[in-house]
Design a protein around this ligand. Structure first.
Ligand code: SAM
Length: 280
């Protein structure tokens, strides 16, 4: 059975049928170009037989491109009208029974997923892209890799290395799970409606071994948040609230091998993890 992808006319027809006007609130910018969805699937290296999770399938453009490879998809969509229509769209476009499971839910609140997914592929709603990514990485350890399309600044931040201006709390938290890198550009013209920001593809590979326990992760993220809340201050100052005083912060930083005069943007995720361990 061959799966056929949706074109611009199909997207508009489906939206009209469902009486859907894309909303900013839900970050609804639908991809209307088959080459773009194929490019995303290719960047993610999706293979036949793999189990993929998609966040925000919308009208199904990207979903069908994933299914076209012979992979199965679990798709989590918050908009009931879209979630309800998707299985029918899949059938109409030639998707075999059982290949698609739709979860009608807020991705930020999902704690269980059918299908035990291995790969994350999504054109993420821009307003929640970082929290939703971190939630999925934390909640579903079976997700071993992924590629997502996000606002260009967010993609750059996720892939940023220590020392750069855009390096921030999301960069460190994302790096907790493994390396991230940019995977390509996307034109604004492939979306309906055309957004007023640029988009980029960014991908990750989860480390084979978790960096630390769940408790260590939580404590590390607390330190990261405190460090970047006052990113221009030296760490002994920025962490003084969290550790009781700037003298106590200096002692912990020194025992972790980190200069108390360093700033949050100088530290890699390993350094933050060592500080969390030294803080006990
Ligand atoms: N994948 C489709 C495409 O590429 O055309 C749609 C992408 S659109 C940028 C984002 C989608 O995420 C929309 O369908 C929107 O309804 C959905 N969405 C927004 N917030 C969500 C959430 N918290 N949980 C699940 N889906 C969400």
């Amino acid at each position: 059975m061959t799966v056929s992808l949706l074109g611009a006319a199909d997207i508009r027809r489906l939206a009209a049928e469902l009486d859907v006007t894309p909303t900013k609130k839900l970050g609804q910018n639908f991809v209307v170009d088959a080459n773009t969805v194929r490019k995303i699937v290719h960047a993610a290296g999706v293979q036949a037989g793999e189990r993929v999770v998609e966040i925000g399938p919308g009208l199904g453009s990207l979903t069908l491109a994933i299914l076209e490879t012979g992979a199965s998809v679990t798709a989590v969509e918050i908009d009931h009208r879209l979630a309800e229509r998707l299985p029918e769209t899949a059938r109409e476009q030639g998707v075999p029974d059982g290949a698609l499971t739709v979860v009608d839910a807020d991705a930020l609140r999902v704690t269980e997923l059918p299908g035990d997914p291995q790969v994350l592929v999504a054109n993420l709603p821009y307003n929640v892209s970082v929290p939703v990514l971190l939630h999925f990485l934390e909640t579903f350890p079976g997700i071993a890799r992924g590629v997502v399309m996000v606002q260009a600044e967010v993609a750059e931040r996720l892939a940023a290395k220590p020392g750069s201006k855009i390096y921030g709390a999301p960069s460190v938290k994302a790096a907790w799970y493994g390396p991230w890198n940019l995977r390509g550009t996307v034109s604004r013209q492939v979306f309906w409606p055309v957004p007023n920001v640029d988009s980029l593809l960014v991908g990750f590979e989860r480390d084979a071994q978790p960096r630390g326990s769940e408790d260590e992760r939580r404590r590390t993220f607390e330190i990261v948040d405190a460090a970047f809340n006052q990113r221009r201050k030296m760490l002994r100052q920025a962490l003084s609230g969290l550790f009781g005083s700037s003298a106590a912060a200096s002692a912990i930083l020194e025992s972790a091998g980190v200069a108390p005069t360093a700033r949050g943007e100088d530290l890699a995720v390993d350094d933050y993890h060592r500080v969390a361990l030294a803080a006990g």
